[in-house]
Design a protein around this ligand. Sequence first.
Ligand code: FEO
Length: 397
Amino acid sequence: MHSTSHITPDIIMTGVDDRRLLCFEGSYSVPDGMSYNSYVLLDEKTVLFDTADKSCCGRFIENIKYALGKRKLDYIIVSHIEPDHSASLSAVREIYPEAEIVCSAKAKDFLEQFYGCGINARIIAENDTLCTGKHTLRFFSAQMVHWPEVMVTYDETDKVLFSADAFGSFGALNGGTFADETDFEGGYLSEARRYYCNIVGKYGLQVQGLLKKAGDLDISYICPLHGYVWRKNLWLILDKYKLWSTYEPEDKDVLIVYASVYGGTENAAEITSRLLREKGVKTKMLDVSVKTNDIVIAEAFRCSHIVFASPTYNMGIFTRMEEVLNDIAAHGLRNRTCAFIQNGTWAPVASKLMQEILSRCKNMTFIENVITVKSALSDPKYEEELKAFADEIYASL
Ligand code: FEO
């Protein structure tokens, strides 16, 4: 049985949800599931835009069979070959062997790497077009958003941008289709942000390149490969992408990222948060022992200031904190002000080591005042030290 919806009279959403998935791409928590979007265009020729992850192949095939009815499939456009979008390709080709694959040259190479030799494809390049009857499809490279082979497609007739991974989100659609049917500010934004920062956050320059191309198009719909379709207030997501891709923070908030073995470091982190809140600053605290990296990375992209608090552990940084810091550096965060709290019962070194990792990021400012906790806040001197620490953070806001 199918579950499809119309985007325009000629374009049908044929994607599927996976609500059993706990960890997308083996890395990212998806407590609300994941959608693998795919679209069918019905014109004189028929077109399938991408497929779906193999976990959902059966339901996906039901959807495209319904969308196509008794018609044959003429083209399969492979925007992005990452297997969450291409793993059902062979199942589609078994049913529609005459369908011609349309993709970039690099996508063809990657398809052969993943699925074996002998894939025939029509190779497309920047600004090439494909006429399907009433519709003209124009192709643009979106290199590194998120892989090097990515192409996006603009349907000049219905003014639809098929945007591949760009403008997507974590989370299943649960029978929904359009972003304007969700509470964007109250919920969907945070998942779209978490998706952006973790999937393409490293590639801000390339995202800006895609935004420039999109700016030259008259777009009525954005159809991403994950998340809801945009048909109203497109500026909501486009403006966020403009901001995120420049690595400028969204909010002048203080994120406090901490690890704590026996509570001393957590105590210092929490008192810092309270002192800042008493000054009217918005803070958020994340314990890296229970929060996944993707959550920390998204909040680090959102906030202007970050306090990192870690025990010294085996003469290094607490393991989970070290993982988080390396992941933040790998995602290319920049333009943030950071402050540090370290703990060590006999030889505290975590602050210096945390700063070394973050020195790999561009344009980071480190607050000079470092809090060093010797085991716990049992000495009254910490009260004044933490007040001065919070004052210095506040002054930098
Ligand atoms: Fe949704 Fe880069 O794959």
